[in-house]
Design a protein around this ligand. Structure first.
Ligand SMILES: C[S@@+](CC[C@H](N)C(=O)[O-])C[C@H]1O[C@@H](n2cnc3c(N)ncnc32)[C@H](O)[C@@H]1O
Length: 224
C-alpha cells in the first residue's frame, strides 16, 4: 500500500531526515492503515545495498524502516481499545518507526517513544509530523521509571541480551501497577510465563522480511 514513488539514491548530506526520506516510501502498515509511515518495502531494491553499507559502517540495522508484526498487532489493539491509554502517560519502548506510539497518541495518550537508534528517533519525528501527532523522544529507558501509566513493547523479544535486560524492568513496572503490553509474533526470547493473552491477529508480512506472508501475532499483558 504505497502512497508515493519509489525512493531515490541516498543523498550526499548526512541529515537523518534526508536519508530516511530518500530510502523509504510513504506507505501504510497492512494491519494499521490509519497512518502513513516512511517505510522500506520490497519495492525498494536499493534497501539491501543500503543495509550492507550500514553493516559495514557498524550502524544499527534499519529496524525503524519496517512496521514489525509485533508492533502492528499492538498498535491495532491500542486503536481498537483506546480506553486502555486515553488520557494516560504511555511509553513506547523500542519504538522503531513510532507506529505504536502513534496509535497511543491517536487514542488520546501523552506519549514518549524510546529508541536507542538515532535514525529511529529521526524516523519517529518524521512519522509523527506526517500524521499530525506530538511524541516526545527518549533513548535507553531500561531501568528507568518516569511513572508511566502504560508501557508498550512492540516486537522486542528478538534478541537474548535485550530480552534479559528488559524483562525484569518490565515486570517491575507491572508490579507497581503500570499496564505493560507486548506485541509478539513468537520471537525466540518471548517469556513463556507471567503473560496473559489479550488479542491475536494474523499480520500480513513479506517473505523478504519474515520468510512467510502472514505471522500470527499475540498481544500479551505482562503480569507482575
Ligand atoms: C524489532 S524493532 C521493533 C520496532 C517497533 N516497536 C515495531 O514493532 O515496529 C526493535 C527496536 O528496538 C530498538 N531498541 C533496541 N534496544 C533498545 C533499548 N535498549 N532501548 C530502546 N530501544 C531499543 C531498536 O533500535 C529497534 O528500533
Amino acid at each position: 500500500m504505497n502512497d508515493a514513488a519509489p525512493p531515490t539514491p541516498p543523498p550526499s548530506s548526512c541529515d537523518p531526515a534526508d536519508f530516511i526520506r530518500s530510502q523509504t516510501v510513504l506507505a501504510r502498515a497492512p494491519l494499521v492503515p490509519e497512518f502513513r509511515l516512511y517505510l522500506a518495502t520490497e519495492i525498494t531494491p536499493i534497501w539491501r545495498a543500503t543495509e550492507d553499507y550500514l553493516a559495514r559502517e557498524g550502524i544499527d540495522p534499519p529496524y525503524w524502516a519496517f512496521a514489525w508484526a509485533g508492533g502492528q498487532a499492538l498498535a491495532r489493539h491500542v486503536l481498537d481499545h483506546p480506553e486502555l491509554v486515553r488520557g494516560k502517560t504511555v511509553l513506547d519502548f523500542g519504538s522503531g518507526s513510532g507506529l505504536v506510539a502513534l496509535a497511543a497518541a491517536r487514542a488520546g495518550a501523552v506519549v514518549t517513544a524510546a529508541d536507542t537508534d538515532g535514525l529511529a528517533r529521526a524516523a519517529i519525528t518524521l512519522n509523527a509530523a506526517e500524521n499530525g501527532f506530538d511524541v516526545a523522544l527518549a533513548v535507553d529507558v531500561i531501568g528507568a521509571d518516569e511513572g508511566w501509566d502504560a508501557v508498550l513493547a512492540g516486537d522486542m523479544f528478538y534478541e537474548r541480551t535485550l530480552a534479559a535486560r528488559a524483562l525484569p524492568w518490565l515486570r517491575a513496572l507491572a508490579r507497581r501497577g503500570a499496564l505493560v503490553l507486548a506485541g509478539d509474533p513468537g520471537r525466540a526470547y518471548k517469556p513463556e510465563d507471567g503473560i496473559v493473552e489479550c488479542a491475536r491477529h494474523d499480520v500480513p508480512t513479506t517473505r523478504e522480511l519474515e520468510d512467510r506472508e502472514m505471522r500470527e501475532t499475540v498481544v500479551w499483558r505482562l503480569t507482575p
